[in-house]
Design a protein around this ligand. Sequence first.
Ligand SMILES: [Fe+2]
Length: 350
Amino acid sequence: MGRALIDAWRRDGILQIAMAPRQQEVYERAQEASREFFAKPPALKAACVDSQSYAGYIASGEEITDGVADYSEIFTVTKDLPLDDPRVVNKWPCHGPCPWPDHGMRNSMKQYMEYLGESGEKLLRLTEYGLGVPEGSLTRLTQDGWHHLRVLRFPQRNKTNGKGKDGRGIGSHTDYGLLVIAAQDDIGGLFVRPQYDHEKFANWQKSSAGLHEDDDRWVYVPPQPGVFTVFPGDIMQYMTNSYLPSTPHKVGLNRRERYAFAYFHEPSFQAVARPLPGYEAGQKPHEGIHYGTHFTNMFLRNYPERITTQRMLAEDRYQKLAEPALRTMRSESVSEAINSQASVPMGARL
Ligand SMILES: [Fe+2]
């Protein structure tokens, strides 16, 4: 199954998994909470912002991809930390509370994320088998993972606020971490573009936003009830030396509004990802990718005007990313740890 998973990603850029019945219930409850939230008055939604975390509301037209406004309306959930959490007290970038509108939304989304957290771990274990790398090579990174969720609403085409290009939901881009687990309602809009052999991109070096936005190689992902769509992110691409490229995707608008979720199964904020055993080919950066820095860079790029960005710059928080306390997890210690346990067999190398 692990091998089939890898083959599907390499061929199509995505794969789909069926929701378990309990997951379907939790998904439907989250959908209801999402619809309730987006139906609230604009001022109420706009108040769901936090100056320390990027969690909370993003109005239609506020997000920027490749310099152009997106019409998506978003509620982002990041690790929900109280103000007295030491990481918040010590002003770690992007760390803070999630500004929930109410308990109902909080409970529905937390439950949804918990279920997807379990699925994410299973998928990573299968990915390890499929890649032939030692068990734990990927899942060790996701202990205390910086998993986050984007609750999305896309307005009906021609019912937008008139900014930017006509009819754009979200411009083409890749996502940041290990895995994306997406779900959409019965209205389509997601497009993916599997990487072609001669193409090389690395979103952590040069933005892949807007890449091939208008060429004819985009594949429409039809809505299918009861499935999650799964694809790799930037850190997976780096760790596998592009054997599993981060899948470019974009969202178009449709004749009706649509609701979707994107859950990101991520390394710990403190993790430094290194190439996996058997996939080291001198890929840059040689020192590895610090996930917290990559995440912070991406949000600074997408939300230049947000209060969180302004506060981070004003308080010089970005410098903290270089501190040892924020870099406590290094993935190369995985193979060292596993090698030291003779009873754990090494996976086959590719
Ligand atoms: Fe995305």
